[in-house]
Design a protein around this ligand. Structure first.
Ligand SMILES: [Fe+2]
Ligand SMILES: [Fe+2]
Length: 179
């Protein structure tokens, strides 16, 4: 997706910040619901998922601080992200450890692609504050994605439909938020 100048009342950097903020809320809910079930069935996975959750909570705060400093708003997709995240987390954990990792890989891959495109846009606009806000979370999201891949979430053929559905929803909700 190409990030272009907004024609509406909200400028594109503000839109990017609110969409990412909502995305972090979605990610928080993915990991929350995965932790809930992993505590019973996959205890060895809990510390890793908790470290992901801590990252996402920090990211949420980073975006919210920048949104407030420029009188931004919460995204219309905020609750949709939360609900979708919780649902995706729940479905993936029913499919076991690889399901969880396929979910992580799919979500974070879409996120990393968007973050990179956003950075290109923000650089072209010389919006340094927004650029640094987005850049601040990029390494964490790449790390989440790569851990998902290391645990077999990226390639296993049986999880292709799950990855496809999750990628589609994640990309869709970002596009919806940017409108
Ligand atoms: Fe995040
Ligand atoms: Fe993440």
């Amino acid at each position: 997706m190409k990030y272009k100048d907004s024609k509406g009342s909200l400028d594109t950097p503000k839109k990017i910040l609110k969409v990412n903020h909502a995305g972090e809320f979605g990610a928080i809910n993915i990991y929350r619901s995965q932790i809930l079930v992993s505590r019973i069935f996959m205890r060895d996975l809990v510390p890793l998922l908790e470290s992901f959750l801590a990252d996402e909570k920090r990211h949420l705060q980073i975006f919210w601080t920048e949104i407030q400093s420029r009188n931004g708003v919460k995204c219309k997709s905020f609750w949709l992200c939360g609900l979708g995240g919780y649902f995706m987390g729940f479905v993936s954990e029913l499919l076991g450890k690889k399901g969880i990792m396929a979910c992580t890989w799919a979500v974070e891959s879409v996120v990393v692609n968007h973050l990179n495109t956003q950075l290109t846009y923000l650089e072209s606009k010389s919006d340094r504050a927004a650029y640094h806000t987005v850049a601040a979370i990029l390494e964490d999201e790449k790390n989440h994605r790569d851990i998902g891949s290391e645990h077999g979430g990226a390639n296993n053929i049986w999880y292709s439909p799950l990855r496809f559905a999750i990628s589609l929803f994640t990309d869709g909700v970002i596009r919806f938020g940017m409108r």
